[in-house]
Ligand binder design. Structure first.
Ligand SMILES: Cc1ncc(COP(=O)(O)O)c(C=O)c1O
Length: 439
């Protein structure tokens, strides 16, 4: 069960337990009944868990009052989730016109939204400016040029950050620091003088107010955040000395890891916040800089542990002495992470079981790819066809990365609130699947 106080250190959503019927429940909501009512595969989000993590983020960064929280929408973007996060004071980091449109459709203004990405189109930038986006994180020279023209044509002065590659790359425990990173994102520090000279002398419709960096995802280290803040602030100091402008905003990205399996041990959001705040305070003092507005943009750590996926087990195949496969009614189209990068998950049978016969099986998806394996070698309690399988930690980068591969319909999503499941994304229909076909 959940003994940890911190959501991102739990495998399961808060208040996950076996109820009196012997079924799994989350926050008083029976998962087997949810599966019966809404069918499977089904994404389930627990509002309690989501709000707890949002509150922890706010509390953890409260010692630095100039913090602005943005949710990295790429992790999970639906109107209902955006509305919940907007209501508790989060803004948004968006990367496409589709994410912007989803926000507007949910009645959320862009006055606390940052638009980043390495190849935003003219249409996307125009749409963002027309809807008064707070700022654009400009990624490259091409974008500086087209954005200035768009802003000029619209008679606007657009607030921008410059996305930089700080020379830190971090994945889980591995961490490298180099002068130059082989990354498609952002300006190398060696390109900054040219970019700033262009902005100051030619691109008069751009107002450079800050720097933006993001060093990786599913990060378990704390020291990288200290290094990141130091590098970004040293660059601000260098720009101040050379160009006589002091940038007043920094965005240090997202990246905090979560616990997918027992092997994962991410720090809590409080530990990360403390490292960042201490680093900003000490580096500002050392470099004689005003304390900047701090943007952070967590994705995975905010939503992942609040989400589970429910599947129904169908066929099985036992290869004597080698492996037993059980197949579920979803797979790589609703969760591409295992087949894309061997992501690991925990799961358990959600319905009551009379027997207690643990068995090691491999959970296969239903898609026509041998690599469509959701979980390799997991112990489940006598899995049988008809059982409901609950896969944990699917709140991030599952629905948002889902596809119609094999022309399978996209799954529905429900939100658990007040002990009940409420539909927040309808299951796609066959009519919707073919509606854009031109025959
Ligand atoms: C620029 C940027 N910010 C924030 C995030 C969110 O990262 P995470 O989901 O690991 O918190 C990402 C993820 O790739 C990103 O590219």
């Amino acid at each position: 069960m959940n003994n940890n106080e911190f959501v991102n250190q739990n495998i399961k959503p808060l208040n996950t337990k076996i109820n009196s019927k012997g079924n799994l429940e989350i926050s008083g909501c029976d998962l087997v009944e949810l599966a019966q009512e809404f069918k499977t595969p089904l994404y389930v989000m627990d509002k309690n868990t989501l709000l707890k993590m949002a509150q922890d983020y706010k509390k953890a960064f409260s010692p630095y009052p100039k913090t602005k929280m943005l949710f990295a929408s790429k992790a999970l973007m639906t109107g209902a989730i955006a509305k919940i996060l907007n209501e508790v004071g989060f803004g948004f980091d968006v990367v496409s016109i589709g994410e912007i449109y989803t926000l507007l459709n949910a009645g959320i203004s862009l006055n606390n939204t940052s638009f980043n990405g390495n190849n935003k189109s003219i249409e996307e930038l125009e749409f963002a400016l027309d809807n008064n986006i707070d700022h654009i994180s400009v990624d490259n020279f091409y974008e500086l040029k087209i954005l200035n023209k768009i802003a000029k044509d619209k008679n606007k002065i657009q607030r921008i950050h410059l996305r930089i590659t700080p020379g830190i790359e971090c994945h889980t425990h591995e961490y490298i620091q180099t002068g130059q990173l082989d990354s498609k994102f952002g300006f190398d520090l060696s390109m900054m003088d040219e970019a700033i000279t262009l902005i100051l002398n030619e691109y008069k419709n751009l107002n450079l107010v800050g720097l933006h960096a993001h060093i990786g995802s599913q990060i378990f280290e704390t020291k990288v955040y200290d290094d990141e803040a130091k590098i970004v602030l040293e660059e601000i100091k260098r720009i101040k000395d050379k160009f006589n402008i002091e940038l007043s905003e920094i965005n240090l990205g997202g990246g905090l890891g979560i616990t997918y399996t027992k092997e994962d041990n991410p720090p809590s959001v409080y530990e990360i916040a403390q490292v960042l705040i201490n680093s900003i305070n000490s580096n500002c003092e050392r470099l004689n800089l005003e304390k900047p507005v701090l943007y952070i943009e967590p994705g995975r750590s905010l939503v992942c542990s609040a989400g589970v996926s429910l599947y129904t087990i169908g066929s099985e195949k036992n290869i004597e002495g080698i492996r037993k496969y059980i197949a579920v009614d979803g797979g790589m189209a609703d969760n591409p992470r295992p087949s894309m990068y061997q992501a690991q998950y925990c799961a358990e049978i959600a319905n009551a079981k009379k027997e207690n016969k643990p068995e090691i099986v491999t959970v296969a998806g239903k898609f026509c790819e041998s690599g469509d394996i959701l979980i390799k070698d997991i112990e489940l309690n006598s899995p049988k066809s008809g059982d409901i399988l609950c896969v944990y930690d699917t709140g991030a980068y599952c629905y948002s990365m889902s596809s119609n591969y094999n022309r399978v319909l996209k799954s529905a999503m429900v939100l658990i609130e007040n002990g009940k499941g409420k539909l927040i994304v309808k299951r796609q229909t066959l009519e919707q699947l073919v509606q854009n076909d031109v025959i």
